[in-house]
Design a binder for this molecule. Structure first.
Ligand SMILES: Nc1ncnc2c1ncn2[C@@H]1O[C@H](COP(=O)(O)OP(=O)(O)OP(=O)(O)O)[C@@H](O)[C@H]1O
Ligand SMILES: [Mg+2]
Length: 552
């Protein structure tokens, strides 16, 4: 091990005992191997014909999904290089919301090509430079071929949302859910200068088991997964004036234990009376400003609930902080932290606040808010697992619609943009000198992994189809791709399979970034607890030392 040097015959130890180190080609090979294994593992879930995965965590909880990011998150990957693939999926998800599987596959393929080049003695720095050039060119090509859409027609956004859900468990409901996604994003979108901005987090998502995914509804307002706190309170208040409170409506316990000596029943009564008065006072303060609905983030004492009920005020307690913020935005109210300071101007407004039965539970609906930009998607589904996957799919759809609203440009899918980038990059490579040319060519070939995988997952022969597709692109059919439902080569823009340009651009960026970062590493130093990745025997998978990777 090279963690020790010699100084005048005395060995110098730099690292702690038990540390290990692998460097040079050996380190590169193991890192690439680990990352490739991860990419390989998500391949089968790409596209509408891709398979789902059943993931079981250490508690035995089961997740069924085909969402790239969720798969990698749940796999609990330990290998440091493999973890970088998880990062790719995360970056992709955070930036664009869809395309996580594609990004991981391309990243793995870029590393695969790099490995071949390293074997041919092309230095990693040259590969990284070549990849960077190829990335820039690829983004340029994408911009050039993208179709600009008119936001007045919601058709493209809807079709793109449908594409994003085509590969999910809820695919049969995709048309209906896509409409909900489009309406929600358009409801929360804001026009800033000439552009629209939309925040997916502004769309509130609530879930309730029961019925079917088809019963998922878009509600113009906020839905709280809470019931009205007291049976004597009204369950429905029209023209609601809402007090939003962030202070407990109860007598707070002191931080220190205190002891009061009560010597007579009268004293006891006086003490309780005093407490009651304080609580009554709280209710009076709220009533005085004219509120008829109280939405409270903290607890509400039983006695206070009783007083509020007597005043005919609908009250919901222990509301999540994030929901309180949404409520404030929606109703135009202000969250009050000190009851002493409450004024009529702090109250929010909604046409209707009502408790309704949803499935076996009761939920509170705040509808017709002052601010019409508040919407909630209430997801229904037979089992929790379906609901969880429906939520992930709706999230992807919302992100896709947001991407298009913010940047109204789309490309067609089915591997067509990847093939077009690949074709043009191969031409571009020819203009470059020797080794760089090899790297750009490698990049171009890596992109073909997407049409290839889509084809393979549909049970078709990728060799025939790929050569046919290449020929068509050569003839100028830029949207020629594989429509996997019919199993035929088709003009994907006519097949209505659209994806946001933003997703595709981000895929190229996240994939190249991660691959380059891994290629730059030529030294892995693992301290004590974790061993450095072992060299794969004859290029085989790394074994041992890394829980979570052993099964591959
Ligand atoms: N009908 C179709 N025919 C061919 N390809 C399709 C069709 N519908 C969608 N696709 C393609 O499927 C791919 C998307 O698959 P999928 O949604 O499984 O992966 P992802 O978007 O990369 O990752 P994730 O959705 O897990 O974040 C895109 O390349 C898209 O063009
Ligand atoms: Mg997708």
């Amino acid at each position: 091990m090279s963690t020790a040097g010699q100084a005048g015959g005395v060995p110098v130890l730099v690292l702690k005992e038990g540390s290990s180190r692998s460097r040079g080609k050996e380190a590169q090979r193991t890192n690439i191997m680990a990352a490739k294994i991860v990419a390989e593992s998500v391949k089968s879930s790409l596209g509408p014909k891709g398979m789902d995965k059943m993931l079981v965590d250490s508690f035995g909880d089961v997740t069924i999904t085909s969402d790239g990011r969720t798969i990698l998150d749940e796999m609990d990957i330990q290998h440091p290089a493999a973890k970088m693939m998880v990062e790719v999926a995360k970056t992709q998800d955070n930036e664009a919301g869809d395309g996580t599987t594609t990004a991981v596959i391309i990243s793995g393929e870029l590393l695969n090509k790099a490995e071949e080049l390293i074997e041919k003695n092309v230095h990693p720095t040259v590969i990284i430079d070549g990849y960077k050039k190829a990335q820039e060119k690829a983004l340029e090509i994408l911009e050039k071929i993208a179709i600009t859409v008119d936001l007045n027609s919601q058709d493209y956004a809807k079709k793109a949302a449908m594409t994003s859900m085509a590969s999910k468990l809820v695919a049969e409901h995709r048309e209906y859910l896509a409409e909900i996604a489009v309406k929600s994003i358009l409801a929360v979108a804001e026009k800033v200068d000439d552009k629209y901005r939309a925040d997916v987090d502004d769309v509130k998502v609530e879930k309730k088991t029961g019925e079917s995914v088809q019963e998922t509804k878009l509600i113009q307002g906020i839905v709280l997964d809470k019931d009205v706190s007291h049976s004597g309170m009204p369950k429905r208040v029209e023209k609601a004036k809402i007090a939003l409170l962030d202070c407990p409506l109860e007598i707070e316990k002191t931080e220190f234990d205190a002891k009061i000596n009560i010597e007579s029943p009268e004293q006891m009564e006086a003490f309780l009376k005093q407490e009651e008065n304080m609580l009554r006072e709280m209710v009076e303060k709220i009533a005085k400003v004219g509120a008829n609905v109280v939405l409270c983030e903290k607890g509400v004492d039983d006695m206070v609930q009783h007083f509020l009920a007597r005043k005919g005020m609908l009250t919901v307690r222990r509301i999540k902080k994030s929901d309180m913020e949404k409520l404030a935005k929606a109703t135009g109210g202000k969250i009050v932290t000190n009851l002493e300071a409450i004024t009529a101007a702090d109250l929010g407004y909604a046409n209707l606040v009502e408790e309704r039965k949803v499935g076996d539970d009761k939920m509170t609906f705040i509808e017709g808010c002052k601010h019409p930009r508040a919407v909630t998607i209430l997801i229904r589904g037979g089992t929790e697992r379906i609901i969880a996957e429906a939520e992930r799919s709706i999230h992807d759809a919302l992100c896709v619609v947001r991407d298009i609203v913010e940047e109204p440009k789309i490309v067609a899918g089915g591997g067509s943009p990847e093939l077009e980038m690949s074709r043009q990059l191969k031409k571009y490579a020819e203009t470059l000198p020797g080794r760089e040319q090899l790297a750009v060519r490698g990049f171009a070939e890596a992109l073909e992994a997407i049409p290839t995988t889509l084809t393979e997952n549909a049970g078709l022969d990728p060799i025939d189809i790929l050569s046919d597709l290449r020929a068509r692109h050569e003839k100028g059919e830029i949207w020629a791709g594989i429509e996997v439902v019919s199993g035929k080569i088709q003009d994907m823009s006519k097949a209505g399979v659209y994806e946001p340009l933003a997703v595709k651009k981000q895929i190229i960026k996240s994939a190249t970034e991660a691959a380059s970062m891994l290629l730059k590493i030529d030294d892995v130093i693992a301290s004590g607890k974790m061993r450095a990745p072992p060299t794969p025997p004859g290029g085989g998978p790394p074994g041992g030392g890394y829980p979570g990777m052993g099964e591959y």
